[in-house]
Write a protein that binds this ligand. Structure first.
Ligand SMILES: NC(=O)c1ccc[n+]([C@@H]2O[C@H](COP(=O)([O-])OP(=O)(O)OC[C@H]3O[C@@H](n4cnc5c(N)ncnc54)[C@H](O)[C@@H]3O)[C@@H](O)[C@H]2O)c1
Length: 404
């Protein structure tokens, strides 16, 4: 088995997904994530399917299914449950099953055991192999390269780990072996927790600076000149995406279950979640007589991506609706809001032209897409509320730009 994987030079890739639209796009040679050309499945149409039977043909199964939250911020493992049930139906002898989804510690081991209970002929590390290796992606980041990004890996047994290492050494330049599956699972949570807490820190720090009438961005730039012990984080409208706002709850849930209710983790989430309310209040303080008609710039949770999962923009929209504040939005990545997102919005992105921009009392920058012309924005509105500090970074200064 090991010898066979050592010889692995050209990987044949298969894909399973239950979203037919995605499968069809891939068969046409289009990436469903960023609409770029991707020819592999166009040339290999038989290698992508919604049918798990296709997995009979593979040696390695890498699972990267969603791990969202249920009500009351509880981990929702239904996608993994369904997947492992399907896997149970196929012959997994001599196959390696690696989980990449973000999970709380213990999930990989528990799911692996579930497969074993139904199949008495399996012996882990001998004729079936399990591993965990968290996904590391940075959507929209042109400098990001998965090849250069070290991969954290782990195995159920030492032999499992050896195989997992051989596989990822074919894909990335560097891997780091964890001693246990649980250490690898928890390391992913620490990575995302680190971001969540530091974003919470700068968001709170911004509020303090505002009270002190100090420019938070100048302070951050100044602190960031320290070449050790400081990493720059930038305040924003709240947290978005499917990782940073969600993963800390995976850790707090398991921690609370084991008898420790975390403090810092929850405080950071509370601060980040409260940003849309606080920013709206600040905007309204500029309009005593009449509520403003607002044009929102950006629906995506981060710049230059067409991903609106958990985007703070939806929180702003909910608040605006409750307060009967008129608004429209502009986002080149969202001509309209996709159905099934956390809000049903009967609006389309307005066309970004000078004539259209004149209808609004102010602009609210929620996502700092590069496609926006910030000079046109500066020249078109009486007031611009910038939640991202994008005008500061672009060195566009003007009295009508207000950092919020
Ligand atoms: N995307 C990232 O940047 C990133 C980074 C780090 C970690 N993660 C983690 O990776 C996991 C997946 O995230 P993602 O962004 O790739 O999610 P995603 O929603 O983009 O992709 C998940 C895919 O699974 C498919 N799917 C759902 N149920 C299925 C089923 N029963 N059988 C087959 N396919 C099914 C969906 O159609 C979808 O295409 C999550 O745990 C996430 O936290 C993602």
């Amino acid at each position: 088995m090991l010898k066979r994987f050592h010889k692995l030079s050209k990987i044949k890739l298969f894909g399973v997904d239950n979203d037919f639209k995605k499968i069809n796009k891939l068969k046409q040679g289009i990436s469903p994530i960023d609409s770029l050309k991707i020819n592999y499945f166009k040339k290999n149409k038989d290698k992508i399917s919604s049918n798990y039977d296709i997995l009979e043909l593979v040696d390695v199964i890498i699972i990267c299914l969603p791990t969202p939250l249920k009500n009351k911020k509880k981990p929702d493992l239904q996608y993994l449950e369904k997947c492992y049930k399907e896997l149970n139906k196929i012959n997994l002898k001599n196959k390696i099953v690696i989980l990449e989804s973000t999970v709380y510690p213990g999930v990989t081991r528990n799911f692996s055991k579930k497969i074993l209970t139904n199949n008495s002929g399996y012996i882990i590390g001998s004729n079936i192999f399990f591993g965990y290796s968290p996904e590391r992606e940075n959507p929209g980041d042109k400098n990001f390269s998965y090849k250069k990004t070290p991969k954290v890996i782990s195995g159920y047994t030492s032999k499992c780990l050896k195989l997992v290492k051989i596989i990822y050494d074919c894909i990335t330049k560097k891997s780091f072996s964890c001693k246990t599956l649980e250490e690898a699972e928890t390391s992913k949570l620490l990575e995302n927790l680190y971001r969540s807490i530091n974003v919470g820190l700068v968001n709170e720090f911004k509020l303090i600076c505002q009270k002190l009438d100090i420019n938070v961005h100048n302070v951050i730039e100044s602190a960031a000149t320290k070449n050790f012990g400081f990493q720059k984080f930038i305040p924003g409208p709240g947290l978005g995406g499917h990782c940073i706002p969600i993963d800390p709850y995976y850790l707090s849930w398991i921690s609370k279950k084991k008898g420790y209710d975390p403090l810092l983790l929850k405080s950071a989430a509370k601060i980040n979640n409260s940003m849309p309310q606080i920013i709206t209040k600040k905007i309204l303080s500029y309009y005593k007589k009449k509520k403003p008609n607002i044009l929102i710039f950006g629906i995506s949770y981060k710049k230059n991506v067409d991903d609106d999962r958990e985007s703070p923009a939806f929180e702003f929209i909910k608040i605006f609706r409750n307060k009967k504040i008129k608004f429209d939005y502009v986002d080149p990545y969202f001509k309209e809001i996709k159905k099934g997102r956390n809000i049903s919005l009967n609006k389309k992105s307005i066309n970004f032209n000078k004539k259209n921009l004149k209808h609004y009392d102010c602009a609210l920058i929620l996502t700092d897409h590069d496609k926006f012309n910030y000079y046109t924005i500066r020249n078109s509105f009486k007031k611009i509320f910038d939640t991202r500090g994008v005008f500061f970074r672009k060195k566009i200064f003007s009295n009508n730009i207000i950092q919020v």
